[in-house]
Design a protein around this ligand. Structure first.
Ligand code: PLP
Length: 364
């Protein structure tokens, strides 16, 4: 059968899944590359998972208990909450509901890579209004407003931004929201590490969506639970496009609900991550030529005194220390380190110092 006969025209073929299996030199890998939580499940979530016995039954059809727990957590009506198998899945529901071939979505790169790939898959034209250069990575409000046209369906802002870690000024967001009639989605996957929330904007403006996840602060990345607060007037359409059971499995929903009943525990974990983020950043900044950019997340972006930080990423991996490098012109010299445990960072700092000392002069 010819692919043209059946495949949607705008879908680019992809090779087999690329498995990222760096040479860790026989070391047990320390994953500081995916912005996961280093902590296990909260006590109530552990107990719930151990007691789960009804895998033969479907989850709640409308996930009302989960959406109620999420709504209570944010202080919003559960009927405004769309859930999904991770935040990526919620963004997929958003795209399914609003994108027609050729519609435009505005993003600000460097940002979370899934946006471009996911909206392209839905047939959207992704328009990039780049962030300003280091060290501020500022949002171009005028650039975004100038890029909006009648085909623009969505402005997607990642705040705090991954991978730069910075938080955009609230006034910038409000300027964009108030100047446009298209949707403005604020991805606040890292809100719990930032000391801010934009839920109030979703309640105050009828064109605002806020997006959240249980993957980061609640440490449920493997369970896949994301959610968002959507505009009241559009709920019938978003509900129609959302998959059955919102794609959330019964154990994942139960573990998420139990986690939200353990908020003191989760907030204490988030606080430990923030304290460790600041300690790591200060120690990184003591290394000559190294600059850790301020972060409002559970990771830090770090500029290194090398021409291309990919070589450092490979060297760190050989010691079992996995961090991320990005293929973006502003970030060639940077690595992104997810906040793990203090002992992981002490090892990382030690190896990084040695790697930088041994980096040949012509690399710097
Ligand atoms: C900004 C941002 N949004 C969304 C996600 C996806 O989160 P989830 O694990 O809930 O799919 C991530 C994951 O790293 C992220 O960094």
């Amino acid at each position: 059968m010819s692919p043209e006969r059946v495949i949607r025209r705008h879908i680019e073929p992809s090779d087999a899944y690329e498995r990222y299996e760096p040479d860790t030199g026989g070391h047990e890998p320390v994953r500081l590359d995916w912005n996961e939580s280093p902590f296990g499940l909260s006590p109530r979530a552990q107990a719930t998972l151990r007691a789960f016995e009804t895998g033969n039954r479907y989850p709640s059809i409308d996930q009302a208990p989960l959406r109620t727990a999420l709504g209570d957590y944010l202080g919003v009506d559960p009927d405004r909450v769309i859930a999904g198998a991770g935040l990526d899945d919620v963004i997929n529901t958003l795209a399914t509901t609003i994108i027609e071939q050729g519609d435009e979505v505005i993003i600000h790169e460097p940002t979370f890579g899934v946006y471009r790939s996911l909206f392209n898959l839905h047939g959207a034209t992704v328009v990039n209004v780049p962030l300003g250069p280091t060290p501020d990575f500022s949002l171009s409000v005028d650039g975004i407003l100038g890029a909006i046209n009648e085909r623009t369906k969505l402005v997607l802002l990642c705040n705090p931004n991954n991978p730069t870690g910075n938080l955009f000024p609230r006034d910038d967001l409000i300027k964009i929201i108030e100047a446009t009639s298209c949707l403005v989605a604020i991805d606040e996957a890292y809100a719990e590490f930032s000391g801010t929330s934009h839920t109030d904007l979703a309640l105050a403006y009828d064109n605002v969506i806020t997006l959240r996840t249980m993957s980061k602060f609640a440490g449920l990345a493997g369970f896949r639970v994301g959610y968002g607060v959507f505009p009241e007037a559009l709920m019938p359409w978003f509900r129609r496009a959302a998959p059955a059971f919102f794609n959330v499995s019964a154990p994942a929903a139960e573990v998420a609900i139990a986690s939200l009943a353990d908020l003191d525990h989760l907030h204490a974990n988030a606080e430990r991550i923030i304290v460790e983020r600041e300690r790591l950043s200060a120690l990184l900044n003591e290394i000559p030529g190294v600059l850790a950019f301020p972060s409002a997340t559970n990771f830090v972006l770090v500029s290194l005194p090398v021409e291309d930080a990919l070589t450092v990423v490979t060297s760190l991996a050989r010691h079992g220390l996995l961090v991320r490098h990005f293929n973006h012109p502003h970030l060639v010299q940077c690595i992104r380190i997810s906040i793990g445990l203090p002992e992981h960072h002490d090892r990382l700092l030690d190896v990084l110092r040695r790697v930088l000392e041994s980096t040949p002069e012509d690399q710097t």
